[in-house]
Design a protein. Structure first.
Length: 574
């Protein structure tokens, strides 16, 4: 064995020992065995902590509920209810319990709450005449004990199927911590999968070009499908991989616990899903190749760290994750994908700088916009203002004015590149043309996605301009919304006897601006309507507000541009 081989082995063993110690030491920071399971069924996960989601990292774990709703949800330890939130969106029916050891547990997408909590929620909803409510009970007003049933699992809010979204947060900072660090065990004997590799070459003019490589994997060993030395056609480069993890008993594509990049056995980048800061969530759009997401719906996790990427989950980013090549030697690039159980999948490839240094043109023209400064672009009929630190890196900004085949009320503006992400909301103003006075409150700004699908952006009229806020570049124009939402009853009709029903349901839809208000009354007295936007459904759970006899049920819905629709039904209950 050569001295070089021996030193390489010693370096590898030392690195592994340091990493194992670091992970063990990280687990020791958190109480083990203090918290029980929130469910009485085996843990099978549909989503992992830190998983890459649309515009954010997943802040908890998604526990499968055997394809159904109504499973008992238990308090994981003694504590008190500190927050209750009901919303048609996001977490849906959610519950927060503060524990005496400095942590708060969160349970989301619930079906309903136990009697004590439900009574408080219902009374608040009727007092505020609103389905969506948020309640902050005073400490120790609603005490719970470990193992007490606090709710039933559901599919409320923006859930994509029955499951329990579960979090553990630091109470003082509201910072979510990976629940697996508290001793929860998940059956896992599968290696993470690294399916694609991209190499981004950077030339002397800072132009980037990428090449994608197909990989083959056997257990934890990953190789190029066509093994060869990768030639880098630039002064520097950075890697990115498409990688997922799976657990036993589920086929869901989940996120990694750790992803590391090495160059010549030196760690140059590490991402670890141990905790999430909500204020940093949107940095995911800089961490991944956002353009790849927009064009192919693939999430490539890059080693490159842009100037305005403040994601604290990234560690040891040497030279911002960019590797310089200043010789013609063959170098080794290593990628390590790791799950929480310590199972590792490792890709090793050889890279080498090209012998020929191609001359390239500079970047296309545009106005230099600096990421750390406020930038405003003004042209005939529009303006776009980008607050400081809304870009992740400097850009050569441009706007194109195009013929508008969609609307007569404004020009169509292509505002920079839809494949470049924005971190914060920007101010957009567009002049409105050919609009009569009676239609001014119906005017709104819309955008077009990658497939030219219309997306409502809202807006407020001011001096013949309509302005709104947006967090995306792309194509924008002004249109009007004069069409009222539709209401279609599902299980009632006029003069129906509903004595054998427990729920009255409606399908509700809107063509553009979306439903913003919904309300129901029985004999002109407000009753609670629940809204499930993902199913376009409104429903009223028949309760003591609907007494025996013949009554008038009135449903009224309003979209965001003030278009209204009202339906009235005479119903009988024996």
């Amino acid at each position: 064995m050569t001295l070089k081989s021996l030193l390489t082995i010693l370096a590898t063993v030392t690195t592994f020992g340091i990493q194992l110690y670091a992970q063990t030491n990280e687990i020791k920071k958190y109480p083990q065995g203090y918290f029980q399971s929130p469910l009485d069924i085996p843990f099978v996960l549909a989503g992992s902590f830190g998983e890459l989601r649309s515009g954010h990292f997943h802040s908890g774990i998604d526990i499968k509920t055997q394809g159904t709703v109504g499973k008992n949800v238990y308090a994981i330890a003694d504590g008190y209810v500190s927050r209750i939130k009901v919303s048609p969106w996001g977490y849906g029916h959610a519950l927060y319990i503060t524990h005496p050891n400095g942590y708060t547990s969160v349970y989301a997408h619930l079906l309903d709450y136990n009697k004590q909590i439900d009574s408080l929620v219902k009374s608040t909803q009727y007092r505020k005449k609103s389905f969506a409510v948020e309640i902050f009970p005073k400490p120790n007003t609603i005490k719970v004990h470990k193992g007490q049933i606090i709710a039933k699992s559901g599919n409320s809010g923006s859930s994509g199927g029955p499951h329990l979204h579960f979090e553990i947060r630091k109470t003082k900072t509201a910072e979510p911590i990976n629940p697996l660090l508290f001793g929860y065990k998940i059956a896992d004997h599968q290696y993470p999968k690294i399916s694609k590799l991209r190499i981004y070459s950077i030339d002397n003019n800072d132009n980037e070009n990428w090449k994608e490589y197909t990989l083959v994997q056997s257990r934890g060993k990953v190789n190029l499908a066509n093994p060869s030395t990768i030639i880098i056609s630039g002064k520097s480069f950075y890697p990115a991989v498409e990688s997922i993890d799976k657990w036993d008993a589920a086929n869901n594509k989940n996120g990694l616990y750790k992803l590391s990049y090495y160059f010549d056995n030196k760690l140059i980048f590490n991402f670890t899903a141990d905790k999430i800061r909500f204020s940093e969530n949107r940095y995911i759009n800089s961490y991944i190749d956002y353009a790849a997401l927009k064009t192919s719906k693939k999430r490539f996790q890059r080693s490159k760290v842009e100037p305005n990427n403040r994601l604290s989950n990234i560690h040891n980013a040497v030279n911002h994750g960019i590797i310089n090549l200043d010789d013609d030697s063959v170098h080794q690039l290593k990628v390590k994908a790791e799950d929480f159980e310590g199972q590792k999948s490792i890709l090793i490839v050889n890279v080498k700088a090209s012998k020929t240094n191609k001359k390239t043109k500079g970047k296309n023209g545009g106005i230099p916009f600096l990421w750390n400064e406020k930038n405003t672009y003004t042209a005939d009929g529009m303006s776009f203002t980008i607050p400081a630190k809304s870009l992740y890196s400097n850009q050569l900004f441009w706007v194109k004015t195009l013929d508008n085949k969609y609307s007569i009320y404004s020009k169509l503006y292509e505002i920079y590149d839809i494949k470049v992400p924005l971190h914060s909301y920007c101010q957009l103003k567009i002049r409105v043309d050919n609009l009569s006075q009676e239609l001014k409150d119906k005017a709104c700004i819309v955008s077009l996605d990658m497939n030219d699908k219309i997306i409502y952006e809202g807006g407020i009229m001011e001096n013949n301009y309509i302005n709104t806020k947006t967090r995306s570049f792309g194509k924008y124009y002004v249109t009007i919304d004069t069409i009222a939402p539709t209401i279609k009853p599902i299980n009632i009709y006029n003069n129906k006897n509903i004595s054998n029903q427990s729920v009255i349901s409606f399908t509700v839809k809107d063509n553009l601006s979306g439903i913003s208000k919904y309300e129901a009354s029985i004999d002109n007295k407000w009753v609670l309507l629940e809204y499930d936007p993902k199913k376009n459904k409104l429903f009223y759970r028949i309760d003591n507000h609907f007494q025996k006899g013949k009554h008038s049920l009135r449903i009224k819905i309003t979209d965001d541009r003030g278009n209204k629709n009202t339906k009235i039904y005479s119903l009988i209950r024996n």
